[in-house]
Design a protein. Sequence first.
Length: 109
Amino acid sequence: MMAEKRNPTRFSSLNVDGVKYRTLLTKSFKSRKKYEEKDPNKILAVIPGTIVEILTKNGKKVNEGDVLLILEAMKMRNAVVAPHDGTIKKILVKQNDIVAKGKLMIELG
């Protein structure tokens, strides 16, 4: 009788809240982009679009909810507001710039 070839399964350990699990992890899971906590002082574009108007300037103090700029996407104008009180540290876009999703537009200090 011929010996049957076995394909050894390689399990990985996954730790969730202190509990260790044996599991099979897919290649896409292993190569995924790691989670990064968002910096509340960095205002990113949530959709691709065009900067229509900038309503603030460097060094200006802003309050939570103040409109900082207008981003036009799919013929809709979206107000980008300050997430919290602070001072404008740096404006990284200018009027008529086309921005991609995730582009850093403004830094608060």
